[in-house]
Design a protein around this ligand. Structure first.
Ligand SMILES: *Cc1c(COP(=O)(O)O)cnc(C)c1O
Length: 359
């Protein structure tokens, strides 16, 4: 069986050494020493001034929306994981879908302005598969219309944009450290901002709004993460350079092997240092995709239709026209990509794809 992804596991003894410390301290959660250490090490690794470690990427999105005081309409992308849209709905606001560029797969900045109304408060865009959005164009529009910008950078661990971590852009960027992501802490996520006051507000929100034991600064939620999760993060961080190197080698190898396949690849921004976290292929039609998917599964290979369906077609959102997202979502799938995937397995996957095409 070849899964689309596989969580990286550190050596058990390494994880155990952190767990032994937790047993000694008996401090399990609530901003413990490992959580603090992980935040420190991640800030150093990513070279970012501020970040807060939270319990998952979805609550990171909710905290970001709340902390920026967003309301009314939030312009967003239909081509993302469902959490991008559901976080807006969960906070009680309205997602306004703007179509994607069919090459970058990110929200098309040229279409954003037409979607702005007096009710618009922000743009929530996803750097799809670790490929940065057109950040300058989005910021320019946001500044002109006095809108906030949140980036869902859940796929972006290790991605840089113009030499800086992509997490440094927007009013707030969020990421996910879920087990399926390139770098993970089992469950986990983070919020990033350049603004120290905003960081403080989000720190209150992460912990029920507690300001000392008997005072509450604001409305908060439980966005904390545990010492056990931080321990996995600390153990995994030692391997992340190696994981990034492997992903890049696999990405280049797939690209080479797939030269004979009739498909399109995502166009990566020229200002980006990509993390190669995923290997999406865009096929000529959904019929071809379904045939390829079935043949792969017949060989014990499990690709994933990231992202299907297009979020603007969900039954609980208002309808918008997003032809590119609709068309891409029907034809795109991610091939297996993880640290243990071998060249032989990649050859086998590509052989199945080519054989399916040629029959
Ligand atoms: C994984 C993911 C999330 C959600 O992160 P969780 O940690 O699973 O809550 C949000 N947005 C995108 C684009 C994702 O891929």
């Amino acid at each position: 069986m070849i899964p689309v992804t596989k969580p990286f596991m550190p050596r058990l003894e390494e994880y155990e050494s952190y767990i032994r410390g937790i047993w000694q301290r008996q401090w399990l959660t609530n901003n413990g020493p490992l959580v603090n250490e992980l935040e420190l090490q991640l800030k150093q690794y990513l070279n970012v001034p501020h970040m807060l470690y939270v319990n998952n990427g979805s609550s990171a999105l909710q905290i970001a929306i709340k902390a920026l005081g967003l309301k009314g309409e939030i312009i967003t992308t239909p081509f993302s994981f469902i959490a991008t849209t559901s976080s807006i709905l969960w906070e009680g606001w309205k997602p306004v879908f703007v179509d994607i560029d069919p090459h970058t797969l990110n929200i098309d900045p040229a279409l954003i302005e037409a979607a702005i109304t007096p009710q618009t408060s922000a743009i929530l865009a996803t750097h799809v598969f670790g490929n940065p959005c057109d950040i300058d164009a989005i910021q320019e529009i946001a500044t002109r219309h006095n809108l906030k910008v949140i980036y869902d950078a859940a796929h972006c661990f290790g991605t840089k944009y113009k030499g800086r971590s992509v997490f440094q852009y927007g009013d707030i960027s969020i990421t996910s450290f879920h087990a399926t992501k390139l770098y993970h802490t089992i469950e986990g996520g983070a919020v990033f901002t350049q603004d120290a006051d905003l960081l403080k507000e989000m720190a209150y929100m992460r912990n029920f709004g507690f300001n000392g034991p008997e005072d509450f600064a604001c409305v908060g939620i439980n966005g904390k993460n545990s010492e056990f999760h931080a321990a996995m993060g600390l153990a995994n961080l030692k391997y992340v350079d190696d994981l990034l190197r492997k992903r890049k080698a696999q990405y280049l190898h797939y690209t080479e092997l797939l030269k004979g396949l009739d498909m399109q690849m995502q166009a990566i921004d020229k200002n980006a240092c990509h993390n190669y976290a995923y290997f999406p292929i865009i096929l000529p039609s959904e019929t071809v995709l379904k045939k390829m998917e079935a043949h792969l599964i017949g060989h014990g290979i499990y690709p994933r239709r990231y992202f299907y369906p297009s979020l603007h077609t969900l039954r609980f959102v208002e309808k918008y026209e997003c032809a590119n997202s609709l068309c891409i979502a029907q034809r795109i799938m991610c091939l297996p990509m993880h640290h243990e995937l071998t060249e032989e397995e990649m050859h086998m996957i590509v052989r199945v794809l080519l054989r399916t095409q040629n029959h």
